[in-house]
Design a protein around this ligand. Structure first.
Ligand code: SF4
Length: 335
């Protein structure tokens, strides 16, 4: 049985090294501009850092994938074409693309560069994935977080020539991936085009009368009592008034964590388990990569004896939004 890959995020070179040191089989990162969907100040890689990162990963037998998962707009596609060319020149192990124009360009110009279809393309059924295979020869699809483990297995049975990558841990987007406009309504900056949801420059924390209020682009996202843990203000995880009460109307803060159903997910035929969080710290990358590595190795040591260790859950919960976790749509309770 081919072992599933542990794929870790890297927002900078120290995080990439931490992923390598803690057992990642592959890492993914983006360039320092709007061509990737974690375009936060101070994050991401220059071309020379990307070259160093790929060399470091390769020297340790780890793959390095470049992310280009935003959507170029009319009049300014050059940064996206340039980023594809740079990824090819640096001989990345794969490029993660969402936009059809970039898929076409990469497929025609750099046929040797394996393409992974980004989660931002929202391809969650066999017909859509086959379309991308036929036209752009994608090697892998990163599945949107809207499928259950049995649904992933059915997809795998239908798609012998496309690898499946799924999210194993990290923050959740509740929207159809690549289609969220919530943040841009209040900040004027789009996750899909400029690559940033809830940019730091639009965030405000206000203390008054013993309460902490978090705002995004001026909009009140949540109000916290003294001593209560405050989450980073994101609209989908805001506490709003509806039906005469104040609560998380769209989504509770909490991280996806699939350890509970790791055997079902691996046995569904996935090739890669992805950790979300290029915007998180080096310590987050190290901790989550190490824990997922341990869980995956424990499964392969003896699949029938696999059990989730309480220490893994405690460690991962400490890194989670809201210090709690969820199986998200793997449970099939909402889609
Ligand atoms: S607002 Fe929420 S659902 Fe939309 S992009 Fe941001 S994190 Fe994702």
């Amino acid at each position: 049985m081919k072992k599933v890959e542990v794929l870790a995020p890297a927002g900078n070179l120290p995080s990439l090294r931490a992923a390598v040191d803690n057992g990642a089989d592959a890492v993914y990162f983006g360039f320092r501009d709007a061509t990737n969907a974690r375009n936060f100040e101070g994050l991401n890689f220059s071309e020379s850092e990307a070259e160093q990162g790929i060399a470091h990963a390769r020297a340790h037998g780890v793959k390095a994938n470049v992310v280009l998962n935003t959507f170029p707009q009319v009049g300014n596609p050059e940064p996206w074409y340039h980023a594809v060319d740079v990824a090819a020149r640096l001989k990345a192990d794969a490029i993660i693309l969402a936009n059809a124009a970039m898929l076409k360009y990469c497929h025609e110009r750099h046929p040797q560069l394996p393409i992974h279809l980004s989660v931002q393309a929202s391809a969650s059924n066999a017909e859509a994935i086959r379309f991308y295979k036929r036209h752009f020869n994608i090697a892998r699809v990163i599945l949107p977080r809207v499928l259950t483990a049995p649904e992933i297995r059915r997809l795998h049975d239908k798609l012998a020539d496309v690898e499946l990558e799924v999210f194993a841990f990290g923050g959740l987007c509740v929207m159809a991936e690549g289609r969220c406009h919530l943040s841009s309504f209040v900040t004027g900056v789009s996750p899909n085009i400029e690559g940033v949801c809830s940019p730091a420059r639009a965030v405000r924390f206000e203390n008054s009368n013993g309460k902490l209020r978090t705002r995004l682009g001026g909009a009140l996202i949540a109000e916290y009592q003294e001593g209560e843990d405050a989450a980073y203000p994101t609209i989908c995880k805001g506490r709003f008034e509806a039906n005469d009460r104040v609560y998380h109307v769209m989504e509770e803060p909490g991280s996806l964590n699939i350890l509970e159903i790791l055997p079902q997910v691996i046995e569904a035929g996935v090739a890669s388990l992805k950790i979300e969080g290029r915007q998180r710290t080096k310590s987050y990358v190290a901790t989550v990569t190490k824990t997922l590595r341990q869980a995956v190795d424990s499964y392969y040591d003896d699949p029938g004896a696999y059990r989730v260790k309480p220490a893994w859950v405690r460690t991962l919960n400490a890194t989670s939004e809201g210090t709690t976790h969820t199986l998200g749509t793997y449970e099939g309770s909402w889609q």
